[in-house]
Design a protein around this ligand. Sequence first.
Ligand SMILES: NC(=O)c1ccc[n+]([C@@H]2O[C@H](COP(=O)([O-])OP(=O)(O)OC[C@H]3O[C@@H](n4cnc5c(N)ncnc54)[C@H](O)[C@@H]3O)[C@@H](O)[C@H]2O)c1
Length: 372
Amino acid sequence: MKKILITGGAGFIGSHLADELLNNGYHLRIIDNLNPQVHGYIDKPPHYLSKDAEFIYGDVRNPQIVNSALKGIDAVFHLAAAVGVGQSMYEIEKYTSNNSLGTAVLCQCIIDNHQDISKFIVASSMSIYGEGQYINNNHQIVGNAKRTLEQLKKYIWEPFDTDGTPLQPIPTNENKQPDLTSIYALTKYDQERMCIIMGNAYNIPTVALRFFNVYGTRQSLSNPYTGVLAIFASRLLNGNTPLVFEDGNQKRDFINVKDIARACRLVLENPITRDKIYNIGSGNCYTIKEIAELLSSVLNKNIEPVITRKYRVGDIRHCFADIRHANSELGFSPQINLEQGLTELSQWLAEQISTDEFEKASQQLIQRGLTI
Ligand SMILES: NC(=O)c1ccc[n+]([C@@H]2O[C@H](COP(=O)([O-])OP(=O)(O)OC[C@H]3O[C@@H](n4cnc5c(N)ncnc54)[C@H](O)[C@@H]3O)[C@@H](O)[C@H]2O)c1
């Protein structure tokens, strides 16, 4: 039986991955610093985290703790990160330190003392793509679509081709060149590349998984910077309207956290995966407005979203996943559709109390000129 380390294992995705691995016979150790923005102020692991996982309270930037966490470990999932696009634009040091430095310390400990690990898997993000892929009128793929500030100020939301003709969004594949539009994205790319470069140099099978929009139970409802469904849920539970940026027709790919956890296990168990990058999404897309309406409906709230017609600096228009690579090489296909996932989420939400911190977070962006 293999012993697995999950960094950030007390978080949303990490705790579901912990369940998935424990249910499949793995031994588990978790290291997590219980970031108060995610967990509130707690001095022991969150109640939902399985007691069968060994828990180490600690920061991935601390080499002593990381070295002891790595002892006797066969494979590592690196999930620990500060997560939030908007906040990363004004807490640059915090994001760079947690994500880039945290990954550097982990990699350093691995090469110094633990090169015998059989697999290293890092959580990357769709945010590294910037705008997704599009197709133009001549049926050519456009991988560098951009929107100008001038057009956004005129409420023209869709990107155009260089000749001014409209572009159609298509599923984004792993070959699209990254286009980093936020500090968060920069640090996720940093994490991805650092792990893969290290893995190649030291012959450690290393895989980066680019997660799309993950939703499900246990996502922090008090963190106003991450997870659009969790943010909308927190608004609705407090009787507030979900606020939707732009015109609400921007498209994203929502994948249930249990499918993410299964994809992670498939990578762990797949012998051919080394120096690989996979999109992990649902392969479907929904507009943000649709998502707000669907959530309101499953929660039996008669609250319509408000379309703000505001643009957040760094936001992209459309991005949803082409998952054919994960499907053909890992045998991954999502098993939980959005309807099933939202039903389960609504049952969990019914038992939750949340503080709606969205207005406060929104003010931070406005004060800094990061919302137009
Ligand atoms: N949730 C999504 O939609 C999504 C999408 C793409 C990628 N990701 C990535 O997946 C990973 C997990 O995200 P999540 O949604 O579960 O977030 P989360 O905030 O719920 O979990 C992150 C966990 O990491 C811990 N952590 C943060 N900094 C740490 C540090 N320096 N040392 C030790 N622990 C630390 C936090 O306490 C938290 O428990 C992250 O790397 C994130 O960038 C998430």
